[in-house]
Design a binder for this molecule. Structure first.
Ligand code: FES
Length: 277
């Protein structure tokens, strides 16, 4: 099930080379920053659901950080960075003109070959890879519905960074949209009923409890789908086994066998070696 593709010259997987590229734009939306990087070799081959590994500026011994590709525009890739700790703060603080070391695109990406229609479900910053997916679905004229779950009022600025089709918002504090979790919103909204009727393929990204709930919701409604996992990573290319997770199909590496896995194999025992985040 490995998704890692080897380069024709045999020198490691595609996307493993580290390159230094310039930041061309940085825009902040509350706790999130949208960083655009001029990276033509990544942009030209990236698929929705893939990620890049970024070196934290000025941190000599820190592990590189995996970040989903949020959007591709020409030679540029955009990354949506949530300020979670010192490393992500340094990444989010990169201003236009800064150089960043990155490798990618890595991972398997979403399978959209068989989608007649699509239901995209995000929890918080899990929306990052779904924007790129939504762009691709729009380009292919595949009807899509989007559900975004946020914790509450302080997270609303994230919405200004997004450009999603048929978007339904849920907030756990009731500040906007449906009051509850994003899966509560799926239960309550006529938009998801329309997606169920069409047999839409489900694509989810967010915290594990959300993915478990989404897996169960999709199963009850007879839908198949995919979940994109987050994990701490070291190599990002399948070599170190530092991102292994337990699934109902055995142990898999999030970076090389995923990060996108069929929803039905995401079992409750899934715990990454470094801790899911
Ligand atoms: Fe090394 Fe996934 S991070 S195998």
């Amino acid at each position: 099930m490995s998704a890692t593709r080897d380069r024709p010259d045999g020198c490691g997987p595609v996307g493993a080379d580290v390159v230094s590229r310039p930041v061309v734009e940085s825009r902040t939306f509350g706790e999130w920053t949208l960083v655009s990087i001029d990276a033509p070799t990544v942009a030209s081959v990236a698929r929705p659901g893939q990620f890049v590994m970024l070196a934290v500026p000025g941190a000599v011994f820190a592990l590189r950080r995996p970040l989903s590709i949020h959007r591709v525009r020409g030679d540029r890739i955009a990354l949506l960075i949530e300020r979670r700790g010192a490393g992500t703060r340094r990444l989010a603080d990169m201003a236009a003109g800064a150089q960043v070391e990155l490798s990618g695109p890595l991972g398997n990406g979403f399978d959209i070959g068989s989608s007649g229609s699509a239901l995209l479900v995000a929890g918080g910053v899990g929306v990052a890879p779904l924007q790129f997916l939504a762009d691709e679905l729009r380009a292919r004229r595949i009807p899509s519905w989007t559900f975004v779950g946020l914790r509450g009022e302080t997270h609303l600025p994230l919405l200004a960074a997004l450009d999603l089709p048929a978007q339904t918002v849920a907030t756990e504090d009731g500040a906007l949209g449906i009051h509850g979790t994003v899966v509560d919103a799926l239960e309550a909204s006529p938009a998801s009923a329309a997606a169920v009727e069409k047999g839409a393929v489900v694509y989810g990204c967010g915290p594990l409890p959300m993915l478990f709930a989404l897996r169960d919701w999709a199963s009850v409604h007879g839908l198949t789908g995919y979940g994109s996992l987050e994990a701490h990573m070291a190599c990002g290319t399948g070599a170190c086994h530092g991102c292994v997770v337990a699934t109902t199909r055995g142990y898999l590496r999030v970076c090389a066998d995923g990060p996108v896995l069929p929803l039905e194999i995401i079992g409750e025992a899934i715990v990454t070696a470094g801790g899911a985040r």
